[in-house]
Design a protein around this ligand. Structure first.
Ligand SMILES: Cc1cc2nc3c(=O)[nH]c(=O)nc-3n(C[C@H](O)[C@H](O)[C@H](O)COP(=O)(O)O)c2cc1C
Length: 347
């Protein structure tokens, strides 16, 4: 099988970003410009996974990636759900709601999503939140799909390599959105992207992809010089023209003059980094008590949907990495062109 680094001319992966951000237009524009576009499929139904992959293929014949959250059906403890509703009371009061709507489902079925991804057959599939199990890695390889595992500490990196992954994406603490920690406490995996890279590189025989806080070509040069074979950039692509980022979220990103991000469990039950806002502040005292993903994520979905509909950036999740102040308002192909030019001048 092809080495992942040979799939595209430039060592730049546009990160998968769930929630409608990585539109087929964005993915295709990045791949067409010489990077590797990635479609976030974690929140898509099996049919949507197939349709969106077809959509990308109508726009480009270049390789692209798809990404899933590895998750199993949660055991629901209704007493825990009831106390989680109580913990959300400050947010409900801010909204003027007397009751939190019951979620219609807790999460999508990973096995069904994986089946659809294998049918969609992207060049690359990346996975986060856990490792693959049973014959899942073999099924992907049999379909000619390269596999990227996500890791946030050395143990996870070693596990993915031993499982036969084709590359590992190392997510530093700077990274926007959720990180993929699956061994140890999420807060304990707190190394910066560079420290993680330097620590893991001597143990690895497969390509390493650096992620977290990378915003320009100089950052790319630094990560590659420290042992990365490729970089994965999320926040930098949030403000590109083709991204599905809403106008109000985009405005908050482009207005950030410094790192106003922090990590919270309050939205989803997994640690994730985003712009500080009223939701995080209202939930600060109880954020460590909320139930684990996907329960809390499902419980807050109606709040986040309402906030998005009413353009209320204070109650929506505004995922972003520590490099947010360096976001640029460019078309994706132009961002790739600028990144490559900056990278060449820095190396
Ligand atoms: C809005 C947003 C959504 C994200 N969604 C996903 C996702 O669906 N799957 C995933 O593996 N990583 C996701 N990530 C993490 C990225 O893959 C990547 O690790 C991160 O963006 C790198 O840090 P940066 O944002 O500082 O560039 C997301 C990040 C952001 C900012």
């Amino acid at each position: 099988m092809t080495n992942i680094t040979e799939l595209c001319p430039y060592p730049i992966i546009q990160a998968p970003m769930a929630g409608g951000i990585t539109t087929p237009e964005l993915v295709a524009a990045v791949s067409h410009a010489g990077g590797l576009g990635s479609l976030a499929a974690a929140l898509l139904s099996p049919l949507q996974i197939i349709e969106q992959a077809e959509h990308v293929r109508r726009l480009t014949d270049k390789p692209f990636g798809m990404n899933l959250f590895v998750q199993s059906k949660p055991q629901i403890d209704f007493a825990e759900v009831e106390s989680a509703r109580q913990l959300l009371q400050p947010v409900l009061s801010a909204l003027g709601w007397d009751k939190l709507p019951t979620p219609t489902r807790w999460c999508l079925d990973f096995e069904e999503q994986l089946d659809a991804l294998i049918v969609a057959r992207p060049a690359v599939a990346s996975f986060t939140f856990d490792t693959l199990h049973g014959n899942q890695m073999q099924r992907l390889h049999d379909a000619g799909i390269l596999v990227i595992g996500t890791a946030t500490n050395l143990q996870e990196t070693i596990v993915w390599q031993a499982l036969g992954a084709d590359a590992v994406c190392l997510q530093g603490i700077e990274a926007g959105g959720h990180r993929g920690t699956f061994i140890g406490a999420q807060r304990a995996s707190n190394l910066s992207m560079l420290a993680l890279l330097q620590y893991c590189a001597p143990h690895m025989q497969i390509p390493l992809i650096a992620a977290g806080g990378l915003m320009d070509g100089a950052d790319i040069a630094t990560a590659l010089a420290a042992g990365a074979h490729m970089v994965q950039m999320g926040t930098a692509f949030l403000t590109t023209t083709e991204a599905g980022t809403s106008a109000v979220y985009r405005k908050r990103l482009l207005e950030a003059k410094s790192d106003t991000t922090r990590q919270t469990r309050a939205f989803s039950g997994r640690l994730a980094r985003g712009l500080d806002n009223q939701f995080m502040q209202l939930m600060e005292a109880v954020a460590e008590q909320v139930p684990a993903y996907p329960i809390q994520n499902a419980l807050t979905s109606s709040i986040r949907a309402h906030a998005s509909k009413s353009n209320n950036t204070e109650l929506m999740s505004l995922w972003a990495g520590q490099g947010v102040a360096r976001c640029r308002d460019l078309a994706a192909a132009e961002l790739i062109r600028v990144l490559v030019s900056e990278w060449h001048s820095a190396s």
